[in-house]
Design a protein around this ligand. Structure first.
Ligand code: UT7
Length: 330
C-alpha cells in the first residue's frame, strides 16, 4: 500500500450550444478566418447566451453530469472548489451557487481566482484536503464565461476567448495513482500586460470605468506569449526532472489552450511528439479556467489507468504551474 493520494476518478465538461465561428467574428470586427487560424489555431468557440446566465449555469451542468457518470450521490460531496475569474457575482462565490444548483447540500464551497492557472491551483488545493484525510469526495470545477468580459469591438482579444466549464471528482487512492507533484508560480508584475482593470476595490464600477471600457479584458499579447512559453516550459521541465520523467515515459502533455503556437512551442521545446500533446483549442478557444478539464474530458476515452500526465497552465497574474499525475481509471 502506498501513500494516500488524490486521484481524479471522473471528469465532465459542459459548453453552451451557441457556436461563434471565425466567419461570424469577421463580420463583427476587422479580422478573418485565415488570421485567426494561423495566429491562434482557433476555429470556433461556444458562447453562453441569455439573460442573467452566469458561469454557475455551466458549472452546474458539468457537476450534474459528473455525479451521474460516476454514480455519486450529491450528498457525499464534502467540498467544491471553483476556479473562475468570471464569477456570477462578487459574492457569494460561484462554487456556492454551483453546489446549490446541483444539490450538493453537505459541501462547503469556495472560489479560486488565478485566471488561466485557476484549475491547476484549485486541483492542488482540493488534492491537499484528500491527502490529509479531511475529505473523501471533492469536486474541482474550472469555469469561465469569458464572453461577459470580452470587448467584441477589440479584434486583438475577442477572437481568442470562449465560454465553458469542466469538473473533476477527487477521491483517495492508495494504489500509486493520483496527483503526485505540482509546481506553482506567480508574478504580480504581469498585471501590466493582462488584466480586467475595473470592478474591484481599486477602481469600483462607475460611469467613468464603464465609459472607458475598463471592465473588459486588456491584453498586450506579445509579452504574455513569451512569458507563457518560458514559464510553462520551465515548470514542466522541472516537474519532469524531479520525478525522473522523460518525454518517453510521459503519456500526455495537457497544456492550457490559449494559442496553438504557444502549445507547439512548449511541446516541441521540451521534445514531445505532437501526438502526445492534447489540443482542442480549435473547438473552444481559450476558456480560461475550463481549458484543462475540457481537455481531459475530450481525451478521456484515450486515457488508461497508470498513464503519466503533465498538466500545465499560464495566465493572468501572472500565474503558472505544472502538475504531474497518474491517471487512475480506464
Ligand atoms: O490565456 C492567458 C494568457 N494569454 C495568452 O497566452 C495569449 C498570448 N498572446 C497571444 O496568443 C498572441 O500574442 C495573440 C494571439 C494575442 C496575438 O498574436 P501576435 O502574433 O502576437 O500578433 P500581434 O499582436 O503582434 O499582431 C500582429 C498584427 C498586428 O497588425 P500590425 O501592427 O502588424 O499591422 C495586429 O493589429 O495582427 C493584427 N491583428 C489582427 N489582424 C486580424 C491583431 N489581432 C488581429 C485579428 N485579426 N483578430
Amino acid at each position: 500500500m502506498s501513500k494516500i493520494r488524490a486521484a481524479i476518478t471522473g471528469v465532465q465538461g459542459y459548453v453552451p450550444d451557441y457556436i461563434l465561428t471565425n466567419d461570424e467574428l469577421s463580420r463583427m470586427v476587422d479580422t478573418n478566418d485565415e488570421w485567426i487560424t494561423t495566429r491562434t489555431g482557433i476555429k470556433e468557440r461556444h458562447i453562453l447566451k441569455g439573460e442573467a446566465q452566469g458561469t454557475s449555469v455551466m458549472g452546474i451542468e458539468a457537476v450534474k453530469g459528473l455525479l451521474e457518470k460516476t454514480g455519486t450521490d450529491p450528498k457525499e460531496i464534502e467540498l467544491v472548489i471553483c476556479a473562475t475569474v468570471t464569477p456570477d457575482m462578487m459574492f457569494p462565490d460561484t462554487a456556492n451557487l454551483i453546489a446549490y444548483g446541483a444539490g450538493l447540500t453537505n459541501a462547503f464551497c469556495f472560489d479560486i481566482a488565478a485566471a488561466c492557472s485557476g484549475f491547476l491551483y484549485a486541483l492542488t488545493t482540493g488534492a491537499r484536503f484528500v491527502e490529509a484525510g479531511a475529505h473523501k469526495k471533492v469536486i474541482v470545477v474550472g469555469g469561465d464565461k469569458m464572453s461577459s468580459i470580452v470587448d467584441y469591438t477589440d479584434r486583438t482579444t475577442c477572437v481568442l476567448f470562449g465560454d465553458g466549464a469542466g469538473a473533476v471528482l477527487l477521491e483517495p487512492d492508495d494504489s500509486g495513482n493520483g496527483i503526485i507533484d505540482s509546481i506553482h508560480r506567480s508574478d504580480g508584475s504581469g498585471a501590466e500586460f493582462l488584466r480586467q482593470k475595473a470592478g474591484g476595490s481599486r477602481h469600483p464600477a462607475s460611469l467613468e470605468t464603464v465609459t472607458n471600457q475598463e471592465h473588459f479584458i486588456y491584453q498586450n499579447g506579445k509579452p504574455v506569449f513569451k512569458a507563457a512559453v518560458a514559464g510553462m516550459t520551465d515548470v514542466v521541465e522541472k516537474v519532469m526532472a524531479r520525478n525522473n520523467l522523460t518525454v518517453d515515459n510521459v503519456n500526455w502533455l495537457v497544456p492550457h489552450q490559449a494559442n496553438r503556437r504557444i502549445i507547439e512551442s512548449v511541446g516541441k521545446g521540451i521534445g514531445f511528439p505532437e501526438e502526445k500533446v492534447m489540443v482542442n483549442i480549435h473547438k473552444y478557444g481559450n476558456t480560461t479556467a475550463a481549458t484543462l478539464p475540457l481537455c481531459l474530458w475530450d481525451y478521456e476515452s484515450r486515457l488508461h489507468k497508470g498513464d503519466n500526465l503533465i498538466l500545465t497552465a499560464f495566465g493572468g497574474g501572472f500565474t503558472w504551474g505544472a502538475t504531474y499525475l497518474k491517471w487512475a481509471y480506464n
